[in-house]
Design a protein around this ligand. Structure first.
Ligand code: MTE
Length: 393
């Protein structure tokens, strides 16, 4: 593809912030420290988690860079950056979360396969770009296509990177055409992150952002868009990022029995405390994030300072200083909320948070009930242990 290439080794990786905790070096997978993550509502690019499956592509010439839109359509098109930029530009504040967020805690129950992540494999950014619905209209696919549309049913995004899971081929994923052509779904072909051109780690020059859906469907370094009849048959759709019941193991797994993960469930985590924090007597501030997928807002965040026996409701905000109200038109429907509660240091040793979304979905109490061999979607109550001692907290 002109203007961009996917190298087959790691000799041309971009610079990264030294505070990131590296969970795997090649491919580069890293997350920020907990306290850094919740120090701002919009996550600075340098502190945004990075989730890769191969070496980072190199853009030689952004003017020559183009994507093709092809498949079950009458008039395939090649689109250059100027064509994408000529479409109306939207800024969508959306939280991107990896399905493997909090995998490390799930693996404590029983081993799981996958890169280990603490609670920071997510971030909240202002994504700027064209709506996919407008791009699809250029090739003759109308807005709001439904199951009765005679053409394809899925939109596949194919990248340029080289992944070993795809036997050296590119990363790819798909979403339903009905979602892709729904203007309210806010699916973007993004060229900006927080008002700056995307950086290399996050998909420069162009990536997909599918708000409310696990990060795996937001394909970076976009090469082509393919309109297809069945969902994408790639590894990351069919042999990964699926959630199996606790009874399924590597000997009896049948991948085709489960659907690829899409919307993520309600999630929250405490970020003001590490797993074991030493605190002094007095007050403690419990601060973290809560988010749900599918455009559902956060109805409530409950915090317990006695291991889940009693609860208080945390305050929630998006923009600092304004209490969050999911019904408010000005709230960011695809974005997390930051929550905060202050309490007296208790005599017990476990602090817990759980969130409830606007569809009344609640995080499950225990990780055991949702354990799965790939360690995805650990949304169990987030618990941190602490000890009382000499500290500045
Ligand atoms: N796109 C490509 N081309 N290659 C990838 O490895 N990783 C996916 C998704 N898009 C990936 C990709 C996964 S699993 C996640 S969680 C998000 O990108 C991470 O996006 P980020 O690195 O910008 O945070």
């Amino acid at each position: 593809m002109p203007g961009i290439r996917g190298p087959s080794d790691y000799s041309q990786e971009p610079p990264r912030h030294p505070c990131l905790a590296i969970n795997s070096k090649e491919p580069f997978n890293a997350e920020p420290p907990r306290q850094v993550l919740v120090s701002s509502y919009v996550t600075p690019v340098e502190f945004f988690y990075k989730r890769n499956h191969g070496p980072i592509p190199v853009v030689d010439d952004v003017e020559r860079y183009s994507i093709s839109v092809t498949g079950l359509i009458d008039n395939p098109k090649q689109l250059f950056m100027k064509d994408i930029r000529n479409l109306p530009k939207y800024n969508v504040t959306a939280t991107l979360q990896c399905a493997g967020n909090r995998r490390t805690a799930m693996s404590k129950t029983k081993t799981v396969k996958g890169v280990g992540w603490d609670v920071c494999a997510l971030g909240n950014a202002v994504w700027g770009g064209a709506k996919l619905v407008d791009v699809l209209e250029l090739v003759g696919i109308p807005k709001l296509t439904s199951a009765t549309w005679s053409g394809g049913k899925h939109v596949e995004f194919i990248s340029i990177d080289k992944c070993k899971e795809e036997n050296g081929g590119p990363y790819k994923a798909s979403i339903a055409l009905s979602q892709a052509t729904n203007p309210a779904a806010d699916v973007l072909l993004a060229y900006e992150m927080n008002g700056e051109p995307l950086n290399r780690d996050h998909g420069y020059p162009l990536r997909v952002v599918v708000p409310g859906v696990i990060g795996a469907r937001s394909v970076k370094w976009l090469d082509s868009i393919n309109i297809i009849a069945e969902e994408c048959q790639g590894f990351f759709m069919q042999k990964d990022y699926k959630m199996f019941p606790p009874s399924v193991n590597w000997d009896n797994i049948k991948w085709s029995t489960r659907r690829p993960l899409m919307d993520f469930p309600v999630q929250s985590a405490i970020c003001s405390l590490e797993d074991v924090t030493i605190v002094k007597h007095g007050k403690i501030t419990v601060k973290g994030y809560a988010v749900s997928g599918g455009g559902r807002g956060i109805e409530r965040v409950d915090v317990s300072i006695d291991g889940g026996k009693t609860w208080v409701e945390a305050s929630r905000y998006q923009k600092t200083g304004t209490p969050y109200n999911p019904d408010d038109e000005s709230s960011d429907r695809w974005a997390w909320v930051i929550f905060e509660a202050t309490a007296d240091i208790p005599t017990s040793t476990e602090i817990v948070a759980k969130a409830v979304d606007t569809a009344a979905n609640v995080q499950p109490e225990n990780v055991e009930s949702i354990w799965n061999l790939r360690g995805v979607l650990n949304t169990s109550w987030h618990r941190v242990q602490f000890r009382i001692g000499k500290s500045n907290m």
